[in-house]
Design a protein around this ligand. Structure first.
Ligand code: ADP
Ligand code: ZN
Length: 376
């Protein structure tokens, strides 16, 4: 393990997302809400409206309310049912109505306390509320801490597909309290871990090697390993977002495995049978297999990716999920992917671990072959 990571209870780390006037800090540490000023000097406004879900509220709502109150804000909270269904147009409307009824002003704060679902819908509500009020993200899942709470993507789902309506709206602060992961169900932890592995595969081979050594301990709840990995991922994400906020170039690398993953999720039907991170684990493996098939990636690297994800308890082939996918349905979903430009699919491929690149000239026949091999 890295020598920086073994000290007990190190002070929180503050990572800047360098976006000029829209820049903000991501604070990573264990027990952030036990600190005297977790919100620093951002200025919360008079009111703080917390949006959370039924699983998270009994665990962390009182702590966060108390910290906001200690910082001088009047708090009010809304508790959503857990799950993807809260990311709907109707759900968004309810949140906006509630914020208006609560008398929220533009200078006030919306606090998203939860996983990706809460962060996405509360973030979009904050972007719309009086044309944009302050947003504070308090991510409570591994996936949200390492990925969705940083970078300003917000969205709701539509009958036509997931995340199709949304905005880029950067938060004013992200507080990632790694101690909140103690209560996360193991399956959610593993799913978030797929996104952790993603950063190693994109451009951090040494981080991937660290995960090969320490991933099991991270998943078992080792606080130092967890904290080290969350910080490393946030630093990686912050750098990519600062370079390409609106995904016109390099930020697309964060979609490694996601073209496959979105098709698998759509075909599985978002009913909880296949979690996003599980789909990403399969998708990243397929992206490496596709890269090898195209002669771009050594087979040994594909095997390392597959072995590591599998050792983390993640599925690596569509068939591993126990769902029987139909090839044509998966291919049709891939063609509809919102990142498809003028009918061509953009894939993130890799020349090896930590050597990903964007490609927009992948032949659908190769995609078909790789998918087909994973279906039996
Ligand atoms: P994601 O961040 O993967 O998009 P969700 O927002 O759907 O995930 O959260 C996944 C599930 O985990 C939800 O049922 C949510 O209520 C629950 N959850 C989120 N954070 C925690 C936590 N820290 N402890 C326990 N359960 C949690
Ligand atoms: Zn993802």
């Amino acid at each position: 393990m890295d020598s920086n990571a073994v000290e007990s209870a190190p002070p929180p780390e503050s990572i800047d997302v360098a976006l000029g006037a829209r820049g903000y800090r991501v604070v990573v540490g264990a027990g952030l809400f036990g600190l005297p000023t977790p919100f620093g000097d951002i200025g919360l406004g008079r009111r703080a409206a917390i949006i959370t879900d039924e699983n998270i509220a009994p665990l962390y709502l009182a702590t966060v309310e108390a910290a906001l109150a200690a910082a001088g804000a009047e708090t009010t909270s809304m508790i959503l049912p857990p799950g993807e269904a809260s990311k709907s147009f109707a759900g968004l409307e309810r949140i906006l109505g509630w914020l208006l009824d609560a008398g929220m002003e533009r200078g006030d704060s919306v606090v998203a306390l939860g996983g990706g679902v809460v962060g996405d819908v509360a973030g979009l509500a904050a972007s719309l509320m009086k044309r944009g009020c302050r947003l504070i993200q308090i991510p409570t899942t591994l996936l949200a801490q390492v990925d969705s709470s940083v970078g300003g993507k917000t969205a709701i789902d539509m009958p036509q597909g997931k995340n199709l309506v949304g905005a880029f709206y950067q938060p004013g602060l992200v507080l990632a309290d790694t101690a909140m992961l103690d209560s996360l169900p193991p399956r959610e932890m593993r799913a978030g871990y797929a996104e952790v592995v993603k950063y190693g595969l994109i451009d951090k081979p040494e981080f991937f090697a660290w995960l090969e050594e320490n991933g099991a301990s991270l998943l078992a709840g080792n606080p130092q390993a967890r904290r080290y990995a969350v910080s490393a991922c946030v630093r990686a994400k912050a750098a990519i977002v600062a370079e390409d906020e609106r995904e016109q170039g390099r930020r697309a690398l964060l979609n490694l495995g996601h073209t496959f993953a979105h098709a698998l999720e759509a075909a599985a039907g978002y009913g909880g049978e296949l979690l996003h991170g599980e789909a990403v684990a399969i998708g990243m493996t397929l992206a490496f297999e596709l890269s090898a098939r195209l002669g771009r990636c050594p087979a040994a690297d594909v095997a390392r990716v597959r072995d590591h994800l599998r050792s983390a308890g993640l599925p690596v082939r569509p068939a591993d999920s126990g769902i029987s996918f139909k090839l044509d349905i998966l291919l049709a979903h891939m063609q509809q992917d919102k990142k498809a430009k003028a009918g061509r699919l953009t894939f993130i491929l890799a020349k090896g671990i930590g050597k990903s690149f964007i490609s927009d000239d992948v032949d659908m026949d190769d995609v078909r072959m790789v998918l087909e091999a994973g279906l039996e």
